[in-house]
Design a protein around this ligand. Sequence first.
Ligand SMILES: [Zn+2]
Length: 214
Amino acid sequence: MSARAGLLFRVLDHVSRRQSKFTFYPVEASLPMGVGMIGDAFRSRFETGRRRILENDWDELSQNIAVQEFFPFLAETRKRINVDVIVGLFAPMLAYTIDNGDNTLSLEWNYFSVGEGREVAISSYGIREYASKAGRPFEAAIAMMTMAQVWSSIYNVGFHEETRGCPFDFCENRDDLVGAIKRMELCAQSLEAIPANERDSVLKCLEAIRDYCR
Ligand SMILES: [Zn+2]
């Protein structure tokens, strides 16, 4: 959604050719206007939950989309084109709600990527600047973020709080993503979390992204 990443398929083609486990297909889809917008309607709905959001949080929140609203659409598209995982690329940051199970909702926001089942969302917000600081092409950074969330989806690999220059760095401090884009290597813990017979393909994907140049 409004994300420009024309060269992304160049790097993903490069990744597809370097191993046989993961193949990427571009899908162009149009969405109904207004889906996922965080405006007054979102706000009034959320404020029925009990967690308070401070007044100055709303400025930052307006740079986010409510990503869950897109997942049914992504799921439907994924089934129609018959792929294992579908990835939506978005220009804003990603916000989502968590049902606490006691009639309250928590809201998370400023995310780079979010996965729900086989549906994945990636945000390109700020990534040009981070990629440039890391000395890698923008599309290589997006490809790394995409792969991490795809692996999280299919292998159930978690993101870790510690910043290790690993694609699975959680990056509570968003600027930490620069280190992951720069180093782009799995830490021992994340590699261990990937099924043994899949590790070779996963490592080849990352190697292909690191090798990629325009
Ligand atoms: Zn890691």
